[in-house]
Ligand binder design. Sequence first.
Ligand SMILES: NC(=O)c1ccc[n+]([C@@H]2O[C@H](COP(=O)([O-])OP(=O)(O)OC[C@H]3O[C@@H](n4cnc5c(N)ncnc54)[C@H](OP(=O)(O)O)[C@@H]3O)[C@@H](O)[C@H]2O)c1
Length: 183
Amino acid sequence: MKENQKRRIRYQVACSLDGYIAGPNGEVNWIPDDPGIDFSVLFAQFDTLLMGRRTYEALPLDDPTYGHLYADKELIVFSRTLRPETHPRATIVAELTPTYLEQLRLQPGKDIWLFGGGELFRSLLELGFVDTVELAVAPILLGGGTPFLPSPAPRQRLKLLGQQLYAQSGIVLLNYAVMPGGA
Ligand SMILES: NC(=O)c1ccc[n+]([C@@H]2O[C@H](COP(=O)([O-])OP(=O)(O)OC[C@H]3O[C@@H](n4cnc5c(N)ncnc54)[C@H](OP(=O)(O)O)[C@@H]3O)[C@@H](O)[C@H]2O)c1
């Protein structure tokens, strides 16, 4: 990060074509693998992960395949119910304020991954603290589940920065900048 440059907060998430980030039972096993997507490269772009309590509780921290990806990351979990002393692996933050987020962006470091879920995304969007929305759209209709952005939420204009097709899985990556000034 250059001096005086704020760290970006990037909402990067996998989503069904009908707009869900998890199925009706919280499942994410519908997200296809693709040989073109290298999780090590993806995770290396970030040193800090922001997440809501429900996403944190579903995190595969001890998974033999994926657990190591989180090993060197700072996990910041927003929750009004979790007690920090029982979650030493994470920083538990009860109050999501612009001051807290601004200070985080000013700390030296890599980009910040807004890891999810939809409810936390809405909270940050309302406060104007999301820089990009990076959506891996999977070719599936889930018919229900956890919405990418729960209603009601503010209207927000986006600018398409790029797109990429992963032909084997059919995933389409859409990268948008959040336009200043909301709608
Ligand atoms: N497809 C993907 O790439 C992907 C990525 C991430 C997550 N997911 C899935 O998405 C689901 C979870 O998403 P979700 O939208 O239901 O929940 P979420 O955003 O992960 O968590 C919601 C919780 O976060 C806390 N929270 C949210 N806003 C807050 C605020 N302003 N201040 C303080 N705390 C706040 C609250 O915790 P308390 O109730 O404790 O106060 C709230 O109940 C999981 O199934 C997860 O596996 C999928």
